[in-house]
Design a protein around this ligand. Structure first.
Ligand SMILES: *Cc1c(COP(=O)(O)O)cnc(C)c1O
Length: 385
């Protein structure tokens, strides 16, 4: 273990022995790369009072659309806002149904409700745990207006199959909150669907120092409407042709994002190498399933999710020795109390439900070193035994 590693806070009783804990994600390592420039430019923003939709927002939007290979990037206040605005900009609203995979962060479905529509859940495939295109067709009704393709864990959902399942009448909207820099057959989020929503929550592959997000699209009309909706329904000051929201990307966050974006490709490369190391080290560990990559996908490893028997026991043992493992996600969205009104029961989406009991996210982040990964695997082997 390197001495410079920053321990995460754990209660005394959770730390046995003297080794440093290994966190699920290490944001301080990233901060060290950008702190000088971020603070210098924050001062510049303060001195010009360029707080709302400042120059840094425009510059970041330009830089991120170039990085993502889409024509437009509209910065907003969170990933959830981005998904809601993408749906609204596409005309989705009251009376509409939107198909969403049940294995995702709750925001994928909450944004649908916020847009005024009703989520219709579908199961995921048993290998990649991504939205299953063969289940989508069965969920379509006359009211279906859109499908949300969630690019979970850092790899893209099968977009060609989804496109065929969705047809021309319905919109395909991408939830790319975990897929900064991912691609499928060379095309990234926003290149398949009408729009992609992404999040810059601090722990994402590109993370701000607070909440932030963006809508990515090649469609001029969607871009224009998103820019209006994020700013009180206005594109000319004090003229409001429609009602919108106040969910602009903050200038101070845009400063952080501009700076971190310069490192994103390299940091994704480090995640990829770390995933390769885990793949190698875990090869001969019995009872463990390592994550698989969809053919044609460039995975950016937001999370490295294995499947193990007796997951809760394994998770507890790892945490006891200071390994910051996690579960993404322990409860499928259709079983969340917030969606009880849809009337789902256990057994409705068996693949997602079963996977929730087996999945385990191992520490992965730019800056993780092989010694740390060796220790994670050694402790995992012990926890499984
Ligand atoms: C993080 C995340 C979101 C929501 O983003 P926020 O910025 O937290 O609002 C939506 N979908 C997925 C899959 C996410 O991981």
């Amino acid at each position: 273990m390197k001495e410079e590693h920053t321990p995460v806070k754990l209660s005394e009783s959770h730390v046995t022995g003297t080794v440093h804990p290994i966190p699920l994600v290490d944001l301080l390592w990233q901060h060290r790369h950008v702190s000088g420039e971020v603070i210098r430019r924050w001062e510049a923003v303060a001195e010009t009072a360029d707080f709302i939709l400042g120059e840094d927002v425009l510059e970041f939007e330009r830089a991120y659309s170039a990085f993502a290979g889409v024509r437009h990037c509209a910065g907003v206040a969170s990933g959830t806002d981005a998904l809601e605005l993408a749906l609204r900009a596409g005309g989705v609203g009251a009376g509409d149904e939107v198909i969403v995979p049940t294995n995702s962060f709750i925001a994928s479905a909450a944004a649908v409700v916020r847009a005024g529509a009703t989520p219709v859940f579908v199961d995921v495939d048993p290998i990649y745990l991504l939205i299953d295109p063969t289940k989508v067709a069965g969920a379509v009704t006359a009211k279906t207006a859109a499908v949300v393709a969630v690019h979970l864990f850092g790899q893209m959902a099968p977009m060609t199959e989804l496109r065929s399942a969705v047809g021309e009448r319905m919109l395909l909207i991408e939830d790319a909150a975990q897929a900064h820099g991912a691609s499928q057959d060379g095309i990234g989020p926003g290149g398949f669907g009408l729009a992609a929503a992404t999040s810059f929550y601090p722990g994402k592959n590109l993370g701000a120092y607070g909440d932030a997000g963006a809508v990515l699209t090649d469609d001029d009309g969607i871009a224009e409407r998103t820019l209006r909706l994020r700013d009180h329904g206005s594109s000319t000051k004090y003229e409001h042709p429609e009602l919108g929201f106040n969910c602009r990307l903050d200038t101070l966050q845009a400063v952080v994002l501009r700076e971190k974006l310069r490192f994103l490709a390299a940091w994704n490369g480090q995640r990829r190498r770390a995933a390769d190391v885990y793949d190698d080290l875990l090869q001969d560990v019995p009872d463990i399933q390592t994550p698989k990559v969809v053919p044609g996908n460039e995975h950016v490893w937001h999370l490295y999710v294995v499947r193990v028997p007796n997951r809760d026991r394994v998770l507890g043992r790892l945490r006891d020795v200071g390994i910051g493992a996690g579960v993404h996600y322990p409860i499928p969205i259709h079983m969340q109390g917030a969606f009880r009104f849809l009337g789902h029961e256990k057994g409705d989406f068996p693949v997602a439900e079963r996977s929730c009991e087996e999945i385990l996210s191992l520490p992965i982040y730019p800056g993780i070193d092989v010694d740390q990964q060796l220790r994670v695997v050694e402790e995992l082997r012990r926890a499984l035994g």
